[in-house]
Design a binder for this molecule. Structure first.
Ligand code: ADP
Ligand code: ZN
Ligand code: ZN
Length: 731
C-alpha cells in the first residue's frame, strides 16, 4: 500500500498547495482536513493546514519532505469553514495559504492551542480597593472602571468592561487591578435588563416573515430608514434563535461596532457575547474565537473578519449596514464579508439578514432577481419623523470658510432653539490645497500624483495618500512669491471658523486627526451623544450608526465630491453617505432639518435623492448601471499592477491582456490597460486591466486560467500584481 501524502495550505503567496509525507510516527487514521501540521518550508518551519490526504503527488516521492508534527488531534477548522475558505480562495483568486491564514487568529497560525478557553478577568487588588476614586476626576474612565470592578469582587471578564486596553493597562501599572484567568465566560452583568419594544406593524411584519424561515437558507434584505427599528427587529429575531439553542453571528462595519451597540445587546440578553474587532490583542481575539467555537458565547458580534469565526450551533447570520465598503477587504485576501455571509448561510442552510437604510445596488438587484426577500421599514419608530431636505445652491453665494450665509443663519436658529447641529465634511486637515496666487503653483506630493493637505495644528503639509509630510512652504518654489494661500477647507478650518462665529458654543470635531489615540473616538462620541456639546463637526466617522438624540440640523458642506468621480460607484456611495448623515437628524421628538450645500443643485441623482428618497435614487441608479453594462448587471474583476516606473505595469498588463485574447474563452471583455486615476502613489506607478462579463462562470474560468499563467510571466517579476474580484472601487 502506498503511504498517504498530506496536501497542505502553507502560508505563502504562491497559488498552490504543497504535498508532504506524514510525520514519521503518525497514524494515518487520525488525519482529518482542518488539522494544523508543522512542516519545514524553505529554511523556515511553518504551520500549514491539512486540506486533504492523497495517494498521488505531482512530485516524486523521494523529493517530498516529512511533516514535523500534526499539531491538532481534532480539526481546528470545521468542514464547513474549510469549505468556505477554499471556495473563497478560488472565487477571489487568493492563494489558499494566504486565505487560510486570514481566516485564523494569529495565535493559532503560530500553533497555540485552540482549546481551554482562558478568559482574562480583571479584579481590584488590595491597593485598588483603597483608592479614593474622587481623586481620579481627570481620568474619568479609570475611575469608572474602578467603580465597576468594585462591584465584582471575583473579577469581571474583559469583554464586560467598557474601557480601552490602555485604561486597563494604566490601572494595572499603578498596581490597582490585576488580571486573573477564568476557564469559562462569566455571565457578568450589572447592566440593567432591558425589555423588548412592542413592534410597530412594519416591524412585526418583517419579524413574522423572518420567523417563518428559521429552518432553512433564507436571504432577506431588511431595508429600513434610519431609526426605523431595524436593530429592534434583529434583537427579537435573535431572541427566538437563542431560545432554539442556536448561535447568532452579527457582522457590522468597523465604525458601527460601538459600545452603544454592545451595551444594547448586553442589556437585552444578559448572556456572554464574543466581540471581535480590530482593537483586540491576539490573546483577546483567540479567546473570543474559542468562545464562539465552543458555543459558550451564543452571540458573536464582529467586524469583517468575524465571518470566519467558527460556530458550534449556527442559527442565524445578520449583516448590518450591508452596503458598507469596509465589509470588503481591500488588500491581500480581497473577500466580501457580506457575500461570504450569504454563501455561508446557504451552506449551513440557515437564514441570513442583510440590513441597511441604504442598501447596496447589488442587494437590491438580488431582490429584483427574486434571489432575496425584501422587508421594508419605511417609517421611523414612535413620533420621530424623517427630516426635511433642503438643497442650498452655493453658486452665487459668498462662502466663509465653506459656510454660506443661509447655512450660518440656520445653524444659529437651531442652536438658539437648543438643538444640536451636526456639520459633515468628508475632508480632514485645514485646507486641501496650498496655492500661489501669483503663478497658480500648488503644493503637490513628491511621491504621489496628489495635492498636499495643509494641517494647521502642526503647520505641515500632509499627503493623505502616502502619509508623507513636510513643513509648509513660505515662498513659492516656482516664482518666489510669498503669496501662498490655503484654498478650500477641511474639518480643521471649518472648526476654527465655527469657533470664531459661535465662540460661546462648545464644539466637538471628530476626524482621524482628533481620534488617533485609543479611546478618544469613544470619548468624543459619548460627549456628542450626551448633548453636552452643541456643535458637532466631522468626517464619515461621525456619520454612521450613532444615535444623537438632540441633533436637529444636519448640514452637508460639500455634496459635490461624489457627483463627478471616475469611479462608477461614487454616486451610490455619496447618496448612501448623505442619507446616513441625514439620518442623524431628528431621531427624537423634534423634527430634523438637513441642508445640502452644492454647486450642482440640478444634478439628476441628487434631485432624485432629496425629492423622492433613497429607494427612488437606487432604482434610477440601478437602471443606469444596467444600461451601461456595469455591476451588478455584470461581474467585474480588476487586475492591478504597480512598479517603480510607469512602463512595467503596462507591459505586464499588456501581456495579461494577450493571454485573455489567447484563452479562447468568450464572453469576457478586457478594458485597458490604463494607468490608475492617481497613477503614482507612494512613489510607485499603478495601472489596471478591467475584466468584465455578464456570466460570472466565464469570468471565473478565465481568471483561474490567467492566474496560473501570470505567475510564470517574465514581466510579472518586475511588478507587484493582484486580482480584485467584485472590487469595491475601480480607481
Ligand atoms: P435602526 O436600527 O433602524 O436605526 P433602532 O432599532 O436603533 O433603529 O431603533 C431606533 C430607536 O427606536 C431606538 O431608540 C429604539 O429603542 C426605538 N425603537 C425601536 N423599535 C421601537 C418600537 N417598536 N417602539 C418604540 N421604540 C422603538
Ligand atoms: Zn508662484
Ligand atoms: Zn503622497
Amino acid at each position: 500500500m502506498t503511504e498517504l501524502l498530506l496536501r497542505l495550505a502553507v502560508p505563502t503567496p504562491l497559488y498552490r498547495s504543497f504535498d508532504y509525507l506524514p510525520p514519521r510516527a503518525c497514524n494515518p487514521a487520525t488525519l482529518q482536513p482542518g488539522q494544523r501540521v508543522r512542516v519545514p518550508f524553505g529554511r523556515r518551519n511553518v504551520v500549514g493546514i491539512l486540506l486533504e490526504t492523497t495517494g498521488e503527488s505531482g512530485i516524486a516521492r523521494e523529493k517530498l519532505k516529512h511533516a514535523t508534527a500534526i499539531i491538532d488531534d481534532e480539526p481546528i477548522l470545521s468542514a464547513e469553514l474549510m469549505a468556505m475558505v477554499q471556495w473563497a480562495s478560488a472565487y477571489y483568486h487568493c492563494p489558499i495559504g494566504e486565505a487560510m491564514a486570514t481566516a485564523l487568529p494569529v495565535l493559532l497560525r503560530r500553533g497555540d492551542s485552540p482549546d481551554a478557553p482562558v478568559i482574562t478577568c480583571w479584579r481590584l487588588t488590595a491597593a485598588g480597593r483603597q483608592v479614593d476614586v474622587n481623586t481620579l476626576a481627570r481620568a474619568r474612565r479609570q475611575a469608572a472602571t474602578l467603580n465597576l470592578l468594585a462591584q465584582h469582587p471575583d473579577g469581571l471578564a474583559r469583554d464586560a468592561i467598557d474601557a480601552p486596553a490602555a485604561v486597563l493597562q494604566a490601572l494595572a501599572d499603578k498596581g490597582w487591578i490585576e488580571s486573573v484567568a477564568h476557564s469559562r465566560p462569566d455571565v457578568t452583568d450589572t447592566t440593567p435588563a432591558d425589555t423588548p419594544h412592542t413592534l410597530n406593524a412594519d416591524q412585526q411584519q418583517a419579524l413574522t416573515t423572518m420567523l417563518a424561515s428559521l429552518d432553512h437558507f433564507h436571504p432577506c434584505l431588511l431595508e429600513g430608514v434610519t431609526g426605523s427599528g431595524k436593530t429592534e427587529v434583529y434583537l427579537q429575531l435573535i431572541e427566538k434563535v437563542l431560545s432554539r439553542g442556536q448561535q447568532v453571528l452579527l457582522l457590522v462595519p468597523e465604525i458601527g461596532l460601538t459600545p452603544q451597540l454592545v451595551t444594547r445587546f448586553r442589556q437585552r440578553f444578559q448572556i456572554p457575547l464574543a466581540i471581535l474587532h480590530s482593537g483586540l490583542n491576539d490573546r483577546e481575539r483567540l479567546t473570543a474565537w474559542q468562545q464562539a467555537r465552543s458555543g459558550a458565547a451564543a452571540i458573536v458580534i464582529g467586524t469583517r473578519s468575524a465571518i470566519f469565526t467558527p460556530l458550534a450551533r449556527p442559527g442565524l447570520i445578520v449583516v448590518d449596514e450591508e452596503h458598507d465598503a469596509s465589509l470588503k477587504q481591500q488588500d491581500g485576501f480581497r473577500y466580501s464579508a457580506r457575500d461570504l455571509a450569504v454563501w455561508r448561510a446557504r451552506h449551513l442552510d440557515i437564514p441570513v439578514i442583510l440590513g441597511s437604510a441604504t442598501p447596496s445596488l447589488e442587494s437590491l438587484y438580488n431582490v429584483e432577481q427574486g434571489r432575496y426577500q425584501h422587508c421594508t421599514l419605511p417609517e421611523r419608530t414612535g413620533n420621530a419623523r424623517m427630516p426635511d431636505f433642503k438643497v442650498l445652491d452655493i453658486r452665487n453665494q459668498p462662502l466663509e470658510d465653506g459656510l454660506s450665509y443661509p447655512l450660518l443663519d440656520a445653524i444659529r436658529a437651531h442652536l438658539d432653539a437648543h438643538g444640536q447641529v451636526l456639520l459633515f465634511l468628508n475632508r480632514r486637515g485645514f485646507a486641501p490645497t496650498l496655492m500661489c496666487y501669483e503663478c497658480d503653483w500648488v503644493a503637490e506630493c513628491r511621491r504621489c500624483d496628489a495635492r498636499m493637505t495643509w494641517h494647521h495644528a502642526d503647520n505641515h503639509l500632509h499627503c493623505h495618500h502616502c502619509g508623507s509630510q513636510r513643513p509648509v512652504d513660505t515662498v513659492c518654489p516656482q516664482c518666489n512669491s510669498t503669496e501662498l494661500h490655503p484654498v478650500g477647507q477641511g474639518t480643521e478650518r471649518v472648526g476654527q471658523a465655527l469657533a470664531e462665529r459661535f465662540p460661546d458654543i462648545e464644539r466637538i470635531r471628530i476626524d482621524r486627526d482628533t481620534t488617533r489615540r485609543k479611546g478618544e473616538l469613544q470619548a468624543l462620541l459619548a460627549q456628542a451623544e450626551s448633548g453636552e456639546r452643541q456643535l458637532l463637526l466631522g468626517t464619515q466617522m461621525l456619520a454612521k450608526g450613532h444615535h444623537f438624540p438632540n441633533v436637529t440640523l444636519v448640514a452637508i458642506l460639500d455634496a459635490d465630491h461624489g457627483l463627478f468621480s471616475t469611479d462608477f460607484r461614487a454616486s451610490e456611495r455619496m447618496a448612501q453617505l448623505i442619507v446616513q448623515v441625514a439620518g442623524r437628524a431628528g431621531r427624537h421628538e423634534r423634527r430634523g432639518e438637513v441642508i445640502i450645500q452644492t454647486a450642482h443643485p440640478d444634478h439628476p441623482l441628487l434631485q432624485q435623492l432629496v425629492t423622492r428618497g433613497y429607494p427612488a435614487f437606487a432604482r434610477a441608479a440601478l437602471a443606469e448601471r444596467q444600461a451601461a453594462g456595469l455591476p451588478p448587471a455584470t461581474r467585474i474583476a480588476l487586475l492591478r499592477a504597480e512598479a517603480a516606473n510607469a512602463q512595467e505595469p503596462i507591459d505586464f498588463l499588456e501581456d495579461a491582456r494577450q493571454r485573455v485574447s489567447d484563452s479562447g474563452i468568450s464572453g469576457v471583455e478586457a478594458w485597458g490597460p490604463v494607468p490608475a486615476t492617481m497613477e503614482r502613489r507612494a512613489g510607485r506607478y499603478r495601472a489596471q486591466l478591467l475584466l468584465q462579463s455578464e456570466q460570472t462562470g466565464r469570468l471565473q474560468q478565465l481568471l483561474g486560467l490567467l492566474v496560473r499563467q501570470l505567475e510564470g510571466l517574465k514581466s510579472a517579476r518586475r511588478v507587484r500584481w493582484s486580482i480584485d474580484v467584485d472590487p469595491a472601487d475601480t480607481y
